[in-house]
Structure formats: C-alpha cells, structure tokens
Design a protein around this ligand. Structure first.
Ligand code: NDP
Length: 539
C-alpha cells in the first residue's frame, strides 16, 4: 500500500498494490504553524451528501413542529457543553487554523456563546406572527397576517478563517428557525466542523437533523445539488459565483457572504492613539484573514505622520508565533496558498513604488506559513494591493485632504462589506457613514460587529447577497406565509363576474376613490356598491 500527500489539497489518497485508487479519500489536517498533523477525516461522496440531506429532511418534520422554547433548550444544552470545553475547543481552532488560542476564545467562542443565548431565547419573539395593515380592505371584513415557517433543509458551506464562529452561528439560527442542516466546513478546518457536530449530538439534537459532511470543493458542490431548500455560503467571490450559478439552475435561493476590501478613514479630529491601535488590531487580528479586516487605511494628511509612526511602533511590538503559545499576538496564516497571494500582492505593490515601513517578509518562523504583520505606504489605487482582497496581515496607508476625497476613495472598490470612520464628531461620522457603500459602517470601531448576534451581517456590491445574524438573518431561514381571511364570507366580492356596464362604472370609482387611501372618498362609492351588490344578487 502506497500513500501520497498533496500539500495543496492536503488530501491523502490510498492506492492498492496495483497502483489503483482505493475508494476512500481522506483529508489530513495540519497545524499551519508547525506542519504537525492534527487529524484526519474522510471525504463525503455525493451519495453520502444526498443521504445526509434526506436524513435531515426526515428529522426536520418533528423538529419543525416543536416550539421555539423546546428547540432553544437543545441549543442551550449545546451552549453548556461549549462552555465546559471552551479551552479545548479554542486549542483545536488554534491548531487547525494557526490563530492564537486566546484570540479564538475572544473572536470565536465568546461571540457564539452570546449568539446561542440570544437566538435560543429570542427567536420566538423575532419570528412571531405579524399582522399586516391592509388599508381599506380591512373595512371590508378582511385581515392579513404573516407566519414564518421553516424552509426544510438548509445547506451551509463555510470557510476556514473563522471555522467555528461562522458555521456555528448559521447552524444555531437555522435550527432555531426549525430547519434541518447539512454543513460542509472548509477542507482546511474539517476537525472543527466535526467538533461542532459532536457538540450538538451530545446536547441531544435528534439523530440526522444536523450532519457535518467533510470534504473538498466537490463536496460543497454536491451539497448545492443535493436537494436542499437554501444554501448559506461564506467564502470567496469566485466560489460564490459558482455556487450562485448552481443554485440558480436548481432554482433554490442562496445567501452569499463574500470577500471585502474594507476601508478605514481617520479624520484629523480623531483620537490618534485609539485609531492607531484599532488599525493595527483591525488589520492584523486573525493574521488579517478576516473578511472585515482593515485592508485600506486613509488618514487625513494633518495627522498622517503621527498616526503612521504610532502604527509602525505598535506593529513592531506584536509577538508572532505558534498560536498555542502564551503571549502570541499573531499566529501563522492558515495556508501557504493564502500566504502566496499576500506575497504576490506585496511584491507587485513594491515594484510599483510602495514603501514597506514594518514587516514585509516571512520573519523568523520559517517552518510554518507565517507572514509578518506589514505596514506599507506610498500606495495608490492602481495597485492590486489596494483593489483586490489581500486576506493577510498587510496594512496599506494612504492620505487624504477632504471629506469628499475620503468618501470617494472608500467607495472606489468593487467590494462593500464593512468600513470604519474615525472622528470625534459623531454627526460627521454618521454623515460620512451613510455615504459609504458597505453593509456595515462603524464609527470609532473596527472589525468586530460580526460578533453582535443582534445586528445584520452582509455586504453590498461584490461582498455578497443577503444577510446573516439579527432578524434579517433569521428571515433568510424561514418561508414567510401570508394568511388572508375574509370574515364577510356570505357576500360575493364586487369584482367577481359578470363584468356588466354597472361593474365597469364601479371599477372606475374604485380606481379614483378607493385607491386614494381616503375612507371619506371610498364612502362616496357606497351607493354604487349597493347597486352592484343587488345586481349580483339577481344573477
Ligand atoms: P472559498 O471560496 O475557497 O471556500 C469557501 C467554501 O466553499 C469552502 O468550504 C470550500 O471548500 C467550498 N467550496 C469550494 N468550491 C466549491 C464549489 N464549487 N461549490 C460549493 N462549495 C465550494 O473561500 P475560503 O475558504 O478561502 O474563505 C476565504 C474567503 O471567504 C475570503 O474571500 C473571505 O473574504 C470570505 N469570507 C467572507 C465572510 C463574510 O461574512 N462576508 C466571512 C469570512 C470569509 P474547500 O475549502 O474544501 O475548498
């Protein structure tokens, strides 16, 4: 028996003695900081993905019939398990993705523990039946309400950068909305995906309701084809397009949470120290591999020198190392493939005149896929570094003179996920925020709002379609059903057959008076309505 490890896919295929491929393909998961193996999982075939969807559909029937409180109890039990195991889970996240365990605790576990609490207790209220004001139709004894029903089975495809927080939030919301779930985690972080499934299994979630299908891109593609009712996809623009195309062919809806090139604007009246610290955290947390990382920073020229000096000083003081070691600020990047992209963008920028002020290379930790936190200036919008998502620890700085110029630069991007504005003048901050093309704009804050379960998350332009989190996110996971009641059932409607001359005259009256929205105007139609009623009675 021979084996072959392919670094790019981390897939280990087994061959028999004749050199033929054996049936099972497994993924070997490595610690990107040390190269050590973390564990192995098998790749789910298309047939297995199909079975997972069928099982979820069967289990969903009873689950969807439970009350929100009953579903919430399971989620809260899962939350207790996460709490009891939080250090072990943070350690696993750190080993599989390269990030510091401390950061995993704060950026992945704390937000999801909060999210579980919120949706376990509040989903019923957020999805309660809504009465709709139907205007003058109400005067005719009619009423309308909207009830929210589960979709059925939701397919979730998630990335490697927040391998716990992103899928867990969507799993919890889908389950609370009454759905079954099949989750395909990234091939780079399959063990975390599997751990997530284990937590819910141990919490007593009905068998088959949630399945984790580990695998590569093909497994994700199979999930889109497997007959789910909706796809929640988080990942790159390129894959998002493929998923959207496949979903369109199946005529199923999808939410796409895609990349970002998020700008930070620092006005002259901002608190320079706070803004500099925020820029450094916003650009380098998770080794810059966050969709909402600060990827472009525009500083007013009056404070540029002071701000830049402080950013460089803070960056140089960061400790980079293995994520499990205490005191590590920045870990390894999650893959060499991603580091290659960062290096290529930096090389291109430097070749076109950018200046490296801090970092710029792989640093001392040559064994793992590390890249130093890097600050550059003398950049412009012709450079790939300022146009394409970098998704790595690079902070490019540019200056501006006027508010108008800052807004123009921020909007000069095909992406629109988040943005941040720094100023002591909140009114100006809000004015600027409303003109920025992004799903979320923070004033005097960076990066962290994905952690606020109550608020909608999602982008505009190439950053995606649809929302996760908050009520807007829950509404993506349910079917809104309109129920309309006519309490005056004995009276035939005035617009039913036959279309006599008297009917035509009344309909003209409807067009003029009823649609004006005025009860008084409509009441002037009463004699005509009575005549039409008598006419219909004589039929
Ligand atoms: P990818 O697009 O490469 O992959 C995302 C997921 O899709 C993975 O599970 C991947 O599997 C799977 N996949 C790959 N090919 C297909 C296919 N043809 N059909 C269905 N699924 C497929 O993204 P990354 O994992 O590299 O994540 C990084 C990207 O995610 C960045 O662009 C980042 O900005 C974005 N992102 C967006 C967020 C947001 O909320 N807007 C949040 C976090 C990240 P596999 O890994 O096995 O190839």
């Amino acid at each position: 028996m021979a084996t072959q490890i392919q670094e790019a896919t981390r897939t280990l295929k087994t061959h028999d003695d004749n050199g033929d491929d054996e049936q099972t393909t497994i993924i070997v998961s490595y610690d990107p900081a040390t190269g050590e193996e973390v564990g192995r999982v098998s790749v789910a075939s298309a047939a297995e993905v199909g079975q997972a969807v069928e099982s979820a559909r069967a289990a969903q029937k009873a689950w969807g019939a439970l009350s929100y409180a009953e579903r919430g109890r399971v989620v809260l039990r899962a939350r207790e398990i996460v709490l009891a195991e939080m250090d072990a889970i943070a350690g696993l996240i750190s080993r599989e993705s390269g990030k510091p365990a401390t950061e995993a605790l704060m950026m992945e576990l704390v937000p999801t523990l909060d999210l579980m609490n919120f949706f376990a207790r509040r989903t019923g209220r957020l999805l309660r039946t809504e009465r709709i004001d139907i205007g003058q139709y109400g005067l005719m004894g009619r009423s309308s309400r909207v009830v929210y029903k589960p979709l059925g089975v939701v397919g979730i495809i998630s990335p490697w950068n927040f391998p716990w927080a992103i899928p867990l939030g969507e799993v919890v919301m889908s389950l609370m909305a009454g759905n079954g779930v099949v989750l395909k985690p990234s091939e780079l972080t399959p063990l975390i995906g599997r751990k997530l499934g284990e937590v819910f299994h141990n919490a007593g979630l009905p068998e088959g309701l949630l399945t984790i299908v580990t695998g590569e891109g093909a497994t994700g593609a199979a999930l889109v084809e497997a007959g789910v009712d909706k796809i929640m996809f988080t990942g790159s623009v390129a894959t998002g397009r493929r998923v959207a195309e496949a979903a369109a062919r199946k005529l199923i809806p999808c939410v796409l949470e895609l990349g970002g090139k998020d700008p930070m604007i620092v006005f002259a009246d901002a608190n320079v120290e706070a803004a500099a610290q925020a820029a450094v955290w916003g650009a380098f947390a998770n080794a810059g591999q966050a969709c909402a990382s600060v990827e472009r920073c525009y500083v007013h020229e009056e404070i540029a020198e002071q701000f830049t000096a402080r950013v460089v000083e803070l960056t140089r003081a960061l400790k980079q190392g293995v994520g499990g070691h205490e005191g590590t600020d920045i870990g390894a990047m999650s893959s060499e493939r991603q580091r290659d992209i960062v290096e290529a963008q930096l090389r291109d920028a430097v070749a076109h005149g950018a200046r490296v002020l801090a970092g710029g290379g792989r640093g001392e930790n040559a064994n793992g896929s590390f890249h130093q936190p890097t600050v550059v200036d003398k950049v412009d919008h012709t450079m790939e570094l300022m146009r394409e998502e970098t998704f790595g620890p690079v902070l490019p700085l540019m200056t501006f003179q006027t508010e108008e110029e800052a807004i123009e630069r921020a909007n000069d991007s095909p992406y629109g996920l988040t943005a941040s504005v720094w100023t002591n003048n909140i009114r100006r901050g809000e004015r600027v925020a409303e003109r920025i093309e992004a799903g979320t704009v923070m004033i005097n804050e960076v990066l962290y709002t994905h952690s606020i379960a109550q608020t909608p998350w999602g982008g505009v332009k190439l950053s995606g379609i649809g929302r996760t989190h908050g009520r807007a996110g829950l509404l993506e996971l349910v079917a809104a059903q309109h129920i309309h009641v006519n309490r005056l059932a004995r009276l035939p409607d005035l617009w039913w057959f036959n279309y006599t001359p008297r009917a035509a005259e009344l309909f003209r009256g409807f067009a003029r008076r009823f649609t004006s929205g005025s009860i008084l105007q409509t009441s002037l139609l009463l004699p005509q309505m009575m005549r039409r009623l008598m006419e219909r009675r004589r039929r």
